[in-house]
Design a binder for this molecule. Structure first.
Ligand SMILES: [Fe+2]
Length: 283
């Protein structure tokens, strides 16, 4: 029997009783889609999916999307190996700051499925923060600023002019593709979006890629964005997931931020990631 248990008060849920070996029936798919809409991140423990099963699971939420700027696995260009080798010490980690993935795209990823293959016994947790909860409790003066306003996102690290210096990049095991002039373009998205299934409103601002509000300069936007980021990454809206091999986590990339902890130097960590798309984020 499928059971859904919240991981914290406001973010994430663990779903037990899910078996996908013989395909994913429509009623189960429906339960998973609604659970994701309600909790922004869902975890399925001990699923041990094959790549084929992981892609089937991904399809439940939307068409599988090839992620740009990250070199995929040689076996399958829709799969990314999130890997840090034991030798990669004192280096950044892929996703080691609060962010959502690639919000600077005209149609940013709707979400991702991450499957743990080899993980440390301790360390390497992933943290998510619900931007639905963050919006709900956003102070009124900030709500007035973000409601009905668009924000500018730029993929500077993948563009030509602002590539990070070598020593600030994440480890060598994930090959990033940079130098794309398109990534230097300003892309506009609503600062507050509506989640399609639940109809709930969510902040959609990205500490890495959002540079300013549409009708404000970077200097004018900076203190407002700083205040919002302080609010929207509060532990109150977050959950921290401790991985075991075989676990799968699925997150909504539009209604949550995530953060990869980097506290396991000397231990190899490997997860497979697939990504799904949807219509562009809408107010
Ligand atoms: Fe990420």
């Amino acid at each position: 029997m499928v059971e859904i248990k919240k991981l914290t008060g406001l973010m994430g849920a663990e779903i037990t009783g899910v078996r996908i070996n013989d395909g994913i029936p429509d009623d189960l798919a429906d339960v998973l889609r609604h659970a994701l809409a309600d909790h922004q991140m869902i975890a399925l423990r001990g699923l041990h999916p094959t790549i084929r099963q992981q892609k089937q699971l991904t399809e439940v939420f939307g068409p599988v999307m090839k992620l740009p700027y990250v070199e995929p696995t040689p076996e399958d260009d829709e799969v990314i190996a999130v890997l840090k080798e034991a030798e990669e010490c004192n280096t950044g980690v892929f996703g080691g700051d609060w962010h959502s993935d690639f919000s600077f795209l005209e149609n940013p990823p709707a979400g991702s499925v991450l499957s743990a293959i080899e993980v440390p016994e301790v360390g390497g947790d992933t943290v998510w923060a619900s931007q639905v909860a963050a919006y709900a409790s956003l102070p009124e003066k900030l709500k007035k600023i973000v409601d009905g306003r668009r924000a500018v996102h730029i993929g500077a690290p993948y563009g030509v002019t602002h590539q990070p210096p070598e020593e600030e990049r994440s480890g060598a095991s994930i090959r990033m593709i940079r130098g794309d002039p398109d990534a230097d373009q300003e892309i506009l998205h609503p600062a507050v979006i509506t989640e399609t299934l639940s109809g709930r409103r969510s902040l959609f601002l990205n500490p890495i890629y959002t540079t300013r509000f549409e009708d404000m300069s970077e200097a004018e936007s900076a203190p407002i964005l700083a205040e919002i980021y302080k609010h929207c990454t509060r532990p109150d809206f977050s959950c921290r997931f401790r991985w075991r091999a075989g676990d799968v986590a699925i997150w909504d990339n539009r209604t949550s931020l995530h953060y990869a902890t980097n506290d396991y130097d000397g231990i190899r960590r490997l997860l497979y990631r697939t990504t799904f798309s949807a219509d562009p984020p809408a107010a």
